[in-house]
Design a protein around this ligand. Structure first.
Ligand SMILES: *Cc1c(COP(=O)(O)O)cnc(C)c1O
Length: 232
């Protein structure tokens, strides 16, 4: 467990270093601990170490762990969300990162309305157009966001992407840069119901480059909990 604490401290140190270099406030970068395959004991330990945001990529895993995790935490749904599973997470998740279709957005809107709340969401963008990844195309962002702006019970809070994996972290920069450009454009566009507050990009392998390119929300799994074993 001590390892988890050391890892968190080292990542927070790296965030601080990058922010110092680039003239940003380290507190402006939100660290999400990605807890997929991690048991509640280890999650709760990470919370003791100061983690306030956790991310799960599967609805079933999230709901299974939900009651066993301490309450002083914000849950993020970071993986692909099927329309028929929205009802299970609507009252549990603070931010849905993976909105990638109008049908999904409408379902979240409907469930949020029934629950009497407005759900914060991010638009997932497949910047590098990878076959294996979810997300809308870069060229579709404007029209998609415009459609979302009409839904009253969701609030668009930013953009998210999962960058391609490159051995050389430098290769990934253009992906981050493109999304930051769009984020800034939308921030200045004054679209009702649309506010650019979170730019969710950067994982264990590439978070420093992501922050350098303007990310303010990073999602770290392996870097905190070590390599995952997928047998729970
Ligand atoms: C698993 C996952 C992460 C974390 O990946 P690591 O490389 O372990 O840091 C981040 N984002 C999403 C969407 C994930 O599914």
């Amino acid at each position: 467990m001590q390892e988890i604490r050391d890892n968190i401290m080292s990542i927070l140190g790296n965030i601080k270093d990058v922010c110092m270099r680039t003239g940003r406030d380290p507190d402006s970068v939100t660290l999400i601990a990605v807890t997929k395959t991690i048991d509640p004991d280890r999650i709760n330990y990470a919370l003791e170490c100061g983690i306030r945001n956790i991310g799960e990529n599967k609805v079933q895993e999230l709901t299974a762990k939900y009651a066993s995790v301490e309450k002083n935490v914000k849950w993020h749904l970071i993986g692909h969300l099927q329309t028929n599973k929205v009802k299970y997470i609507i009252d549990k998740v603070g931010l849905v990162h993976s909105v990638d279709s109008i049908n999904l957005a409408r379902e979240i809107d409907k469930r949020a309305e029934n629950a009497g709340l407005v759900k914060d969401i991010l638009v997932q963008v497949n910047v590098a157009q990878e076959e294996t990844k979810y997300g809308i195309e870069y060229e579709e962002i404007d029209s998609f966001v415009e459609q979302l702006s009409m839904l009253r019970n969701i609030s668009v809070k930013g953009l998210m992407t999962i960058a391609p994996y490159y051995e050389d972290m430098e290769m990934v920069r253009p992906v981050f840069r493109m999304l930051k450009e769009k984020y800034d454009m939308l921030a200045g566009a004054n679209i009702p119901n649309v506010e650019m507050r979170h730019l969710s990009m950067g994982m264990t392998n590439d978070y420093e480059a992501a922050i350098e390119e303007g990310s303010n929300m990073i999602r770290i799994g392996t870097g905190i909990f070590g390599a995952r074993s997928y047998n729970i």
